[in-house]
Design a protein around this ligand. Structure first.
Ligand code: NAD
Ligand code: UDP
Length: 314
């Protein structure tokens, strides 16, 4: 990455994706301010960085306020719980961090003259009627459903960010992240990859929701981090999908994880949660053409690294 953005703030920097971004920027000799309240993040994700002279931890709830001393060139706004289990347990925190929290981030960017990249999600497409999903698709979202705190929170984040761009001419980037996995996900966060891996490693049954014929497309975290940094350095202000278009059923994922772990776990079936999207696959034509980005890590390679991480946690 070029050094135009020397001082970078990462909100949610102690989370799964945020901590990988912190690593990448510290490796490239940036000054990093990591803002986190540890609601779903973990000290362990960044403990190897806390004594680094270019790394500063700001422990704060950015839905209340966000203050950073000194210059800021870029803000990467990733703070938000992201797992469907969190949608049940912390809906108000999710709505707050994507609304007030995002407003605090955008105000900090105005004050510092910084560019802002906000983390949106494939969830803005809801349970999509179009497959794969291009950025031009407006989505199919239940505004009062169990996932609505997140889906509508992220739609509001996009709307607010666009309004700051149009009204204040703030330089913005909006990334729509599709299902991403890798080391540092929480074992119990309920998302499918850590759930299946920890179940398989413990020789417990893998719990498929519904028929297992619903689809997702999984992107390894290193590829995503590369896409985030490419988008930051582009001049593109409309939303961009970043994800891996390799679509598969949840049953296929379960079978692959059983094979890669060498587990003898059976597969069992549980009720499908309400509004669980039936299909999801990113159309990444835009990311390919404007960022020259496409994923490089195969699912098998990424899952092996993730399995290694969870196996070492025991
Ligand atoms: P995560 O839960 O691991 O990370 C979120 C981080 O934000 C945590 O460290 C948490 O403590 C912090 N945080 C939450 N509320 C905060 C607040 N009010 N103040 C300060 N810090 C706060 O989740 P993740 O998977 O790393 O996701 C990061 C971002 O990427 C989120 O915005 C999420 O919506 C988006 N995203 C992730 C995925 C994915 O598959 N992982 C997919 C789409 C979008
Ligand atoms: N899922 C599952 N078993 C689990 C956890 C999740 O079958 O133990 C399913 C879930 O219902 C969904 C898919 O896997 O259909 C992906 O779930 P995840 O929570 O990882 O992501 P999201 O639904 O937000 O895409």
């Amino acid at each position: 990455m070029n050094k135009e953005f020397r001082h970078v703030v990462i909100t949610g920097g102690a989370g799964f994706i945020g901590s990988h971004l912190c690593d990448r920027l510290i490796e490239s000799e940036y000054q990093v301010h990591c803002v986190d309240n540890f609601s779903t993040g973990a000290c362990g994700n960044i403990s190897h960085l806390t004594d680094h002279p270019s790394f500063q931890l700001v422990e704060a709830d950015l839905s209340r306020e966000l203050r950073i001393k000194g210059p800021v060139d870029a803000i990467l706004h990733l703070a938000s719980p992201a797992s469907p289990k969190d949608f049940q347990q912390m809906p108000l925190e999710i709505l707050r961090v994507n609304s007030r929290g995002t407003e605090n981030v955008l105000e900090l960017a105005r004050e510092k003259g910084a560019v802002v990249l906000v983390a949106s999600t494939s969830e803005v497409y809801g349970d999509p009627k179009v497959n794969p999903q291009p950025e031009s698709y407006w989505g199919n979202v239940n505004s009062i459903g169990l996932r609505s705190c997140y889906d509508e929170g992220k739609r509001f984040l996009e709307a607010l960010t666009m309004a700051y761009h149009r009204y204040y001419k703030l330089p913005i980037r909006i990334i729509r992240i599709f299902n991403t996995y890798g080391p540092r996900m929480r074992a119990e966060d309920g998302r499918v990859v850590p759930s299946f891996i920890t179940q398989a490693l413990a020789e417990n049954p893998l719990t498929i929701h519904g028929t297992g014929l619903q689809t997702r497309s999984f992107c390894y975290v290193d590829d995503l981090v590369d896409g985030i940094l490419r988008l930051l350095q582009s001049q593109y202000t409309n939303p961009v999908n970043v994800g891996n278009p390799n679509e598969m059923t949840i049953y296929e994922l379960a079978s692959l994880i059983v094979r890669l772990t060498g587990s003898s776990s059976p597969i069992i079936y549980k009720e499908l949660p309400a509004d669980d999207p039936q299909q999801r696959r990113p159309d990444i034509s835009l990311a390919k053409s404007i960022l020259g980005w496409e994923p490089k890590v195969t699912l098998e390679e990424g899952l092996r690294k993730t399995i290694e991480y969870f196996a070492a946690q025991k």
